[in-house]
Design a protein. Structure first.
Length: 188
């Protein structure tokens, strides 16, 4: 059983990546395999609504997304972490989610019943609108969103500041535990 964690940060060791590492550690401790896929250096374009994914089984755009889609097909879970820019998720994160959802819906609905959810990391604000924006992807794709003890948000600006947000990191740890527990329960 495997969980894919998409890291939408352009910074290789930034706060979003650190939060996802913490989440991944909890999931691994529960006996599941994890893979963090950073967006650093990846090119991800927006959907052009060409409809070719219905025939191809993958996206027709030749960038870095089809390799991610192939990995998602084999996973039981998906967690998406993004930094918050101007009150929303980064543009390439939403472009990726829209295209992943389109490929899934146009083919075999491979996202259906995958367990996961979104994580938002920001300096001051925009967390809740970002979570709401990303939750739409999970809900429309028939996915199971795990809860936690608070919303999946962590505060931090300079690299490493997320480690000082004790409540936020505890929320993420519990979320990771819940994702793993739900996947194990579904696969009993």
């Amino acid at each position: 059983m495997k969980v894919i964690l998409l890291c939408g940060s352009p910074r290789p060791s930034g706060n979003t990546y650190q939060v996802l590492e913490e989440c991944a550690g909890v999931i691994e401790d529960q006996g599941l395999e994890v893979e963090i896929i950073p967006f650093v250096g990846k090119k991800i374009e927006s959907c052009i609504a060409c409809g070719k994914c219905e025939d191809l089984g993958e996206c027709s755009i030749k960038d870095d997304l089809n390799s991610i889609i192939a990995k998602l097909r084999e996973a039981e879970g998906l967690i998406v972490g993004t930094p918050v820019y101007f009150g929303t998720a980064r543009g390439d994160v939403m472009s990726a989610l829209q295209r992943i959802g389109k490929v899934s819906g146009a083919n075999d609905n491979f996202l259906s019943w995958k367990v996961g959810g979104p994580i938002a990391v920001a300096r001051r604000g925009g967390h809740t609108s970002t979570l709401q924006e990303m939750l739409m992807f999970f809900f429309i794709n028939d996915m199971i969103v795990a809860g936690s003890t608070y919303w999946n948000m962590v505060f931090g600006h300079a690299p490493g500041e997320v480690q000082d947000d004790e409540e936020g990191m505890n929320t993420i740890r519990r979320f990771g535990y819940n994702v793993a527990a739900l996947i194990k329960k579904i696969n009993e």
